[in-house]
Design a protein around this ligand. Structure first.
Ligand code: SF4
Length: 694
């Protein structure tokens, strides 16, 4: 262990708060660090992050199951890796290269995400690689690419937020999910700025807003079109901007003409007067930002919903100018970098497209292979999981740092499909709900035990430095992939050394949209991170995008006409309520890590459902009662939490737990046709009170 403090970043969300790790009595403790994004602040998750390093439940040796139904037993790394290589080879000999799949995680460093993509395509030669980031912000990514020609979470640094006169925040509860970011919104408020929040729940973020539009789940798109209708009617549009920097407004104008306010009120539940107030606040401000997050994006029309809000921002001329812009608040730690560098089924490093011959040739040359040997596009995350074990689906799967049994939609089905695989390998820190079902489990290093880069929600590339030696018996994911590649006959193409992987990533990304070629570990350390694109060592990086031109061929942003459509499933007589899911402050994603941290576990011990008191009284449900939630996918049992902060027609369940309270037993895997994002945020549900003895 180093004796001095090590400057690094939190292992959890996309804010990637800077922190120092300080040795104390043989362990590491977290200390504040004055980093430009979080300015010393951390949330409860960050402050307690080191507790997992020496956690008693930590995996410290590979585990193997001799046959289906047998118990997992400890084995050496040699035995575990030999078995994996043999199973993958036999599977591919029997069914072809496509029969082995890879599922990654949005928490992997850029180096590991890059290596995993390369491993799938070079060592396994399979097209089937995707990651749980597909569940996180793929709709915003698809919309950003369509409208601006480029997808980067925020096209500006956080420090620009206080300078915006008005901010429209849709489907985001940042006050709970990433509390240190609230410094920027608080400062904006101090300067006289206004915050408009769109959310079916009166979250702590909504409580901090000037105006809260409490819409019906799944109606954000209609609301955006309604706001644009009012802005056009009341002559609030920036016609010069539309003419000089955009294309396609005429078609949008025709579509929004039918979104008159009374109609939109009936669709969304938002009063006309509130919509008018919101449209006027945005339209009359000299600077404004429009920010979306999972609430708007995790819908079967998520891409269209984000495009509707981008249309609004473009028509008001609030994009591509200082203290203005559309942005997506990324969720997972490296959700951004994970897809920039090839962990997504349709992308190659540097945001290159896997079906573009020039892009394929560039990456093949960097990897030293023939472009003809590069597989094409594979299945998206849920499609890959949905077809596991079936004819034409993958028969063997490598899961790296993802707990899909808890986090994937229609979780009981995903669990069945995992069990139908011939062979499942999981690399993780703990015996997660997914690892428990594996044939081989590999124990991997944690963030403080290795180095690597992460790309935060601003597009700022950061360096996580190693602060301690890995726990005995564990390997880094890069070591695992390199050792497996060697056993599969492709060892010469791989290295496990993070700096060497990053150097190769730089070359692979050179000339691509997400160009990292000018970024080095030294520059990141020196400058507290470097914003991509950064195409040369002399280039300062790009904190602000689109100020002069958009990344489209003609430099203009594109409007897209989009229409409201019902959610994949709307309430009916059998399932009369809306269900929406999300996060709480003290837990992160599937909870595989945060449920093992004492302070976080004690903060929220078990899954619950938020119910409006009026609805609860109808069912004679009291605070703390056990209730059953049923959808067309399954049933979950949780405790009732009564709160007037939720709409009377809507229930909210956080998704951090496995077992009978698993929210994703209920969710609908209806996919957005473009992004393939599942509809986590809205489905139809039935509520029942359970008898007391249950
Ligand atoms: Fe970590 Fe996110 Fe909390 Fe910051 S806000 S401490 S990055 S979990």
């Amino acid at each position: 262990m180093n004796t001095a403090a090590t400057a690094t970043h939190c292992p959890y969300c996309a804010l990637q708060c800077g922190m120092n790790l300080v040795p104390q009595d043989g362990l590491l403790t977290v200390a504040s660090r004055d980093f430009p994004t979080n300015k010393g602040g951390l949330c409860q998750k960050g402050w307690n992050a080191t507790e997992l390093l020496a956690h008693p439940e930590r995996l410290t040796t590979p585990l193997i199951r001799d046959h289906k139904g047998a118990d997992l037993r400890p084995v050496s790394w040699e035995v575990a890796l030999d078995r994996i290589a043999q199973e993958f080879q036999e599977c591919q000999e029997r069914y072809g290269h496509d029969a082995v799949g890879v599922f990654g995680g949005g928490g992997l460093t850029n180096e590991k995400a890059y290596l995993l993509g390369k491993f799938a395509r070079v060592a396994l030669r399979t097209p089937h690689i995707d990651y749980n980031g597909r569940f996180c912000m793929s709709s915003a990514a698809a919309a950003g690419n369509k409208a601006f020609g480029l997808d980067r979470g925020l096209p500006f640094p956080l420090e620009d937020i206080p300078g915006a006169e008005v901010i429209l925040l849709i489907g985001s509860n940042v006050a709970e999910t990433m509390p240190p970011i609230m410094q920027y919104f608080d400062e904006q408020k101090r300067r006289g700025g206004k915050l408009i929040v769109v959310d079916p729940r009166t979250t702590p973020t909504a409580k901090a807003a000037t105006l809260h539009l409490q819409n019906t789940p799944g109606t954000d798109l209609a609301l955006a079109n309604g706001l644009l209708h009012i802005a056009a009617r009341d002559r609030l549009l920036d016609k010069d901007f539309i003419q000089q920097r955009t294309g396609g407004y005429e078609e949008v104008r025709r579509v929004i003409a039918s979104y008159w306010p009374d109609r939109v009120e009936r669709m969304t539940g938002v009063p006309v007067q509130q919509m008018v107030e919101a449209a006027h606040l945005l339209g009359k401000a000299s600077t404004a930002m429009v920010l979306t997050a999972r609430g708007a994006e995790q819908q079967s029309k998520g891409t269209a919903t984000v495009l509707a809000f981008i249309n609004l921002a473009l028509a008001l001329g609030k994009v591509g100018k200082p203290h203005c812009g559309y942005g997506c608040i990324t969720g997972q730690g490296n959700g951004q970098g994970g897809r920039e560098h090839g962990q997504k089924a349709d992308q190659l490093p540097g945001y290159r497209k896997i079906d573009n011959p020039e892009h394929r040739a560039h990456i093949a040359a960097v990897w030293g292979i023939d472009a003809a040997d590069l597989p094409g596009s594979g299945r998206s995350a849920y499609e890959l999981l949905d077809t596991m074990g079936e004819a034409g689906g993958v028969r063997a799967l490598l899961v790296m740092a993802s707990n899909i049994v808890v986090s994937a939609p229609r979780a009981s089905h995903v669990q069945e499909r995992l069990d139908a695989l011939d062979f499942l390998v999981v690399s993780d820190l703990f015996l997660s709900e997914t690892a428990q079902r594996a044939d081989v489990v590999l124990p991997s290093t944690q963030w403080a035990e290795e180095e690597g880069t992460m790309t935060n929600l601003e597009g700022r590339v950061l360096l996580r430095q190693r602060a301690t030696t890995p726990a005995p018996g564990v390997w880094s994911d890069a070591q695992i992939l390199t050792a497996l590649a060697a056993r599969l006959g492709y060892g010469k193409f791989f290295t496990a050394e993070p700096v060497a992987i990053f150097e190769e990533l730089r070359r692979a990304s050179a000339g691509g949209l997400a160009d990292y070629s000018g970024i080095t570990y030294e520059r990141i350390k020196e400058k507290d991170g470097v914003f991509w694109p950064c195409p040369s060592p002399e280039h300062p990086g790009t904190p602000r995008l689109f100020l002069d031109r958009f990344a489209t061929e003609d430099g203009r942003a594109r409007f897209h006409p989009v229409r409201h459509q019902a959610a994949g499933e709307e309430p009916d007589d059998e399932y009369p309520l809306y269900l929406t899911t999300g996060r709480v402050m003290s837990h992160y994603q599937s909870g595989a890590q945060t449920r093992r941290v004492k302070a976080l576990r004690e903060a929220v011990r078990e899954p619950f459902v938020e119910i409006h008191p009026t609805l609860a009284s109808h069912f004679e449900i009291n605070e703390g009662d056990s209730v059953q939630l049923t959808t067309r996918r399954g049933t979950a049992e949780v405790k009732a939490r009564l709160t007037a902060a939720i709409r009377q027609d809507t229930l909210f369940v956080p998704f951090h737990w496995g077992g009978r309270g698993r929210a994703n037993l209920l969710t609908n895997p209806a996919l957005d046709p473009t992004s393939k994002m599942p509809e986590f945020k809205v489905c139809a549900v039935r509520l029942e009170k359970l008898a007391r003895h249950q």
